[in-house]
Design a protein around this ligand. Structure first.
Ligand code: ADP
Ligand code: MG
Length: 247
């Protein structure tokens, strides 16, 4: 497909004898939501670690916009347009909401301004304000991130990822531990993100997966068990057996 932004090819890593990610191949369509599902321990988070460069694969490639990004350190893959959120919240709790955003947006500033006082960081400040408005948290800009509710922290984390203007956003279980209402808000938010970015999502709420995903990849014991449109994948007998626990 010419509208692919990322290609994952034969990606593998083993921890000792355990093949955590085993020869996984798939394409990611630009401005679409591709969701990785699979039981606990299937290798989903490890797959994200390989894509973001937190781990170096033993074999395989990650190609973004035609450029081989395999094994680049996270800072470098970030510079190339990849941003990820973690399964566990990854904010600076002792900084304010606005400060968390501004730190992330600082990469938008030209290097020549790196040593000037912060008030010269006009792009970073503008981006911070844009994110505060878009995520409906302007009234909380001076609140410490650590004081936000769990749902607001998870959403701020997505805002922080977006503040560096990535091309691809990796979201690892963004709704984990959220209330029903927060989950619904976050789903709407994730859907709105595809105007700007491509989303690669790990999600365990199957209702949400069906509602949000353009394309679903099913992992099982490190391998890609199936992939396709959500309805097709859900109806697949092999997926039924491995993931939903009945044949
Ligand atoms: N750094 C590591 N060292 C050893 N084993 C690991 C490491 N990270 C993950 N694993 C193992 O790899 C498998 C896949 O884990 P993970 O990718 O976290 O699964 P998932 O996110 O699908 O629940 C699990 O069996 C896990 O215990
Ligand atoms: Mg995981």
């Amino acid at each position: 497909m010419s509208s692919d932004i990322m290609q994952v090819r034969g990606l593998s890593i083993a921890f000792g004898g355990l093949r955590a990610v085993d020869d996984v191949t798939f394409d990611v369509g630009k401005h679409r939501i591709t969701t990785v599902i699979g039981p606990n321990g299937a290798g989903k988070s490890t797959l994200f670690n390989l894509i973001s460069g937190a781990l170096t694969p033993h074999s395989g490639q990650v190609i973004i916009d035609g450029v081989d990004m395999t094994g680049l350190a996270p800072e470098r893959s970030k510079a190339a347009g990849l941003s990820r959120s973690f399964q566990i919240t990854n904010l600076f709790p002792e900084l304010t909401v606005a400060e968390n955003l501004r730190l992330a947006a600082q990469v938008l500033e030209p290097v020549s301004r790196a040593f000037l006082p912060l008030r010269y960081s006009t792009r970073a400040l503008a981006k911070t304000n844009e994110m505060l408005e878009r995520f409906n948290i302007s009234h909380r800009r001076d609140e410490l991130a650590g004081n936000l509710s769990h749902g607001d922290q998870r959403r701020l984390e997505i805002a922080v990822c977006l503040a560096s203007e990535p091309k691809i956003l990796l979201l690892d279980e963004p709704t984990q531990g959220m209330s029903h209402a927060d989950t619904a808000d976050t789903a709407a938010l994730v859907r709105s993100l595809t105007e700007d970015v491509t989303v690669l999502l790990i999600e365990h709420d199957i209702g949400l997966v069906m509602e949000l995903s353009d394309h679903v990849i099913v992992m099982h014991q490190g391998r890609r068990l199936a992939e396709g449109p959500p309805q097709t994948v859900r109806a697949d007998p092999a997926v039924q057996a491995a993931y939903f626990g009945h044949a």
